[in-house]
Design a protein around this ligand. Structure first.
Ligand code: SPV
Ligand code: MG
Length: 566
């Protein structure tokens, strides 16, 4: 959805686009935008309908929504410079033509300067309404709607046309006779005057729920064009008579439809509801479904693009977090400190990581913490390792997870390639899964963390690479014969991946009661229990498939095996 810096267009090109579109299509669909973000949405939204892709052709810089977004009533209170700022935001974040709601256009000399600014910026069209300055918005019943003298208004149009220097720019006269109560005849009388003064088209406005009066105008307008011997585009704004379809408007000769305020009104409603929900619940959790995810907003405004480019040029170092606090009855020291050919497992892990350029390593220690003598790492303590298991050990390092991290069990050895491939993989949460498991499963005499996926792993998979397969279960109780992979004890979390697990962890910590997946309680949860929760909540967990390249030290027999391999 985001608007890319490289998709932008220059003012001359943009200004011309609306005229070209009118010539090509004869019917144009315009939507309101009131700032950069609404323009990004309006510019890029697409709706696939059967074989057709529908989108908006351009924007309406509405005075109502520009004023409302700034907290003002729509009474020509927002000055020209402030309007230009909004217009600039819309131009900056889009590549489609823009129509400006010029209100009354002010006094004629003011209007001339307004035209110059708009034309310079690459605006294609301005619509001015034949009311006295300062006007009141047309949609509110009971407001004073003073119409301008038609001759004075026609002169304003003429002066505007004389200032314009390109052939692309259009000035449309908006007739308010149906709003002010002066009727259809007055509307047509004015239309003729304005067209003869040089107007590039007519907008007819109405605040009736029934489209009848604008349709009647359209019939009279066709007669007028015959009388004049030329035809200029006809514009309408169906805010109140919103049941009319685009087909019906086309049938009646309309050339431009403007959906004049819908994005602002939609945001307004959602903001009010969200604020109420937070007050009602005294927290923001319940409001989440009303909101776009932070990441989606980041994406739409181009922040992820910036991040990607930054990372392309400066590869920032990633952290590794190794929870090593637990005790195992088979070992009388922390498993990470088990000696393999007189060097602790942890020392070997750190050497492999350093060879991959990773120096920022955090170890969570608990059981016999004084045994951890390996240098060059940051230690965090989990002194309650008996009560709170590995997942909670990991979250002792919650504030170090920051921009993303690699998670590694303290009792495994792995080769550099796995880490390098993991760093090159795409995804927010990626588990390293071994597919060699299915070939040696009959020899397994211990409890493993196994994985069931949607489709079976490919028989050809003999190398390290990322695959598109969906995990649906991970845990120790999965039937050995059914499982597709073994979890290798290594996982990657991007910045967003961290946001996901932090949110879920803290929600479960506050609210979860009873068993937590395969654990008797959330306190005793393992890492894979959390992953199962992530999957169950509908978040994507990706797979980096490996074929061997790592070993675990689960029992004494594994030590002998590892020492033979080293
Ligand atoms: C606007 O969107 O500001 C308009 C259309 O001028 S209306 O609000 O219907 O007058
Ligand atoms: Mg307006």
């Amino acid at each position: 959805m985001e608007f890319k810096l490289t998709s932008r267009i220059l003012p001359n090109v943009r200004r011309r686009m609306l005229k070209d579109l009118l010539e090509k299509k004869s019917f144009i669909r315009i939507i309101e935008a009131h700032n950069g973000l609404s323009a990004i949405i309006a510019n890029n939204i697409k709706e696939h309908y059967k074989d057709e892709i529908r989108e908006f052709d351009g924007f309406w810089a509405s005075s109502f929504t520009d004023s409302a977004a700034k907290g003002y009533p729509d009474i020509e209170l927002v000055g020209a410079e402030s309007r230009y700022e909004t217009i600039r935001q819309i131009l900056n974040s889009s590549n489609k033509p823009i129509i400006i709601d010029g209100d009354t256009g002010g006094e004629a000399a003011n209007f001339e300067y307004f035209i110059r600014a708009l034309e310079d910026m690459g605006v294609s069209m301005v619509i001015i309404e034949d009311k006295k300055f300062p006007k009141r918005n047309s949609l509110e019943g009971g407001t004073i709607q003073d119409q301008a003298d038609p001759d004075i208004f026609a002169t304003k149009i003429k002066r505007g046309k004389e200032v314009q220097i390109s052939d692309d720019f259009m000035i449309i006269a908006r007739i308010e006779s149906l709003i002010a109560g002066s009727g259809l005849r007055d509307a047509i009388y004015r239309a003729k005057k304005y067209l003869l003064a040089g107007a590039d088209g007519i907008m007819i406005h109405s605040k009736q729920r029934d489209p009848k009066e604008i349709l009647n105008f359209a019939i009279e307008y066709e007669k007028l064009t015959k009388e004049l011997g030329f035809r200029k585009p006809l514009v309408c704004v169906p805010t109140t008579y919103n049941t009319i379809t685009e087909e019906e408007l086309i049938e009646h000769g309309f050339n431009i439809v403007i959906y004049a305020n819908h994005l602002l009104r939609a945001a307004h409603k959602a903001m009010k509801e969200t604020a109420s929900i937070i007050l009602r619940n005294k927290r923001a959790f319940e409001a989440e479904s009303m909101c776009s995810p932070v990441k989606t907003v980041f994406k739409d405004v181009g922040f992820l693009d910036v991040k990607e480019k930054d990372l392309k040029y400066i590869k920032s170092p990633i952290k590794v977090i190794i929870p090593a606090a637990g005790s195992d009855p088979e070992f009388n020291i922390p498993k990470g400190m088990t000696l393999l050919k007189s060097k602790p497992v942890l020392q070997r892990q750190i050497e492999t990581l350093k060879n991959c350029g990773i120096n920022d390593i955090i170890v969570i220690r608990g059981y016999k913490k004084e045994e951890f003598t390996v240098d060059g790492i940051k230690y965090i303590d989990n002194d309650e390792y008996d009560e709170y298991y590995i997942l909670h050990s990991l979250f002792k390092a919650e504030w170090d997870m920051g921009g993303g991290f690699i998670f590694i069990y303290s009792d495994i050895l792995f080769n550099e390639q796995i880490i390098k491939n993991l760093l090159n993989s795409k995804g927010d949460i990626i588990l390293v899964l071994d597919n060699s498991y299915t070939y040696h499963k009959h020899k397994i005499d211990k409890i493993l963390e196994l994985v069931l996926t949607k489709s079976k792993p490919s028989e050809q998979t003999r190398d390290l690479y990322q695959i598109k397969n969906k995990i649906f279960r991970i845990g120790r109780s999965i039937n050995k014969d059914m499982a597709d992979y073994e979890f290798a004890g290594i996982a990657y979390f991007s910045e967003y991946g961290v946001e996901i697990i932090r949110r879920i962890y803290n929600d479960c910590k506050m609210n979860h009661k009873g068993n937590f997946h395969e654990a008797d309680s959330f306190e005793k949860a393992s890492f894979v229990d959390l992953i199962q929760e992530v999957i169950d909540r509908g978040f994507q967990v990706d797979i980096l498939e490996v074929h061997k390249g790592w070993i675990e030290i689960h029992n004494k027999k594994d030590i002998e095996f590892a020492e033979r391999l080293i």
